[in-house]
Design a protein around this ligand. Sequence first.
Ligand SMILES: Cc1cc2nc3c(=O)[nH]c(=O)nc-3n(C[C@H](O)[C@H](O)[C@H](O)COP(=O)(O)OP(=O)(O)OC[C@H]3O[C@@H](n4cnc5c(N)ncnc54)[C@H](O)[C@@H]3O)c2cc1C
Length: 398
Amino acid sequence: MKRMNIVVAGNSFAGFTAAIELKRLVGYDHEVIVIGKSPYFVFVPSLIWYPFGLRKEDDIMFDVRGPMSRMDIKFIEAEIVRFDPFEKQVWLHEEYLPYDYLVIATGFKPDFESVPGSGPGKFSHCISDLDCAREARRAWSEYVKKGGPMVIGNAPNAANYAAGYEFLFNVRYQLAKESNLKDSTVNFVTSEPYLGHLGIGGGMRFRETAEKLLENYSIPFDVDTAITEVLPEKVVLENGKVIESKFTMIVPGVVGSDAVRNSQSVGNERGFIETNDEYRHHEFPEIYAAGIAVQIENPDDAEPGCSLPRTSYPTEMMARTAAWNIFADIFGKEKMSLPFSDINAYEAIDAENQGTMLIGAHMLSPRGFDVIIPGPQAHWAKIAHERYFMLSRSMGII
Ligand SMILES: Cc1cc2nc3c(=O)[nH]c(=O)nc-3n(C[C@H](O)[C@H](O)[C@H](O)COP(=O)(O)OP(=O)(O)OC[C@H]3O[C@@H](n4cnc5c(N)ncnc54)[C@H](O)[C@@H]3O)c2cc1C
């Protein structure tokens, strides 16, 4: 059998999982190569704590080269400029890599352009990656010296609305803890149609919990509205309000990675990849995709601008499915199909010393079994997940 060259683009939740699973399945007779901008895996869910000094960088990142080389996976540190699906090539700046199979796991790019004044170096912060979070940490350490009103927001098409709630509740906890911040206020703004919708329709009764929490903490909020602009110390909303803010954090909307957007016929107009339920590209059968890079259709009754949650569990399930299907292609086995709506819904929403766990048999309605469990155990579940994830993945166990 010909030695297959399998290239995985990206080394975060989707790329790392796909590469390890692929190597386990195809063995040493086939090559698995991972290309990533940085050799470090960052556990993004813990960035909600990073700006407050609650995590060090070493706590939430590891070098993927160790576990990958132990498994005979080649890692190339480089920026992918574009994919050429016609010639089956991945282009780096000056050279290209040929592939027999390709898994695109290049995730998302924050869409700062749709909210003028937002993003790094401008007037609001974000925690979508470590660079943004470092800037948010510096701004937070300045903010705590003076205090004042704040805005925490979820922009339309955010990949994970829960992150906005987690950051909000962690901010509230910090305000309650610091005596000089007792008079500071935090406002919450979200594009969701109502509190606790989370992009999945709120069917898990998180709405009631979120409303109660914001009422108990006396947090003013605006729902069903977009942030249209961020100005120095001001946030302008689509509903006409202008809110004063000395520290602003917005979970941004997302578009696909530049590498996909620069490639002909690979992604759609927003830079996401359209696949079938095997996570195989609609047009090019040797291309698979996993994680946020994949276009997931909102259900018919979804509210405009309110995107589905794109969390790590479904990301890893898509990556495993894509890996299996490449293995099945090569070895003539039966393919696996996993519609996104059938994936289990798991989420622990942290509120520093407490939180809420959401568990559902399916991501989308009809969800069958679903339950929410509020209480301090959600905070501990989130920490346990972080510790288990960091330990297992840094050892190459997925
Ligand atoms: C603040 C925040 C909190 C979150 N909290 C949770 C949570 O509590 N629980 C949960 O399950 N999920 C959470 N998520 C979602 C979770 O982080 C995502 O599901 C996950 O990151 C998706 O992984 P991915 O591999 O698809 O994409 P990404 O994480 O976006 O990774 C893409 C990878 O591709 C690389 N890449 C991109 N372009 C190129 C290029 N041109 N060349 C080379 N490499 C490239 C990037 O460097 C990166 O390594 C949170 C997200 C955020 C932003």
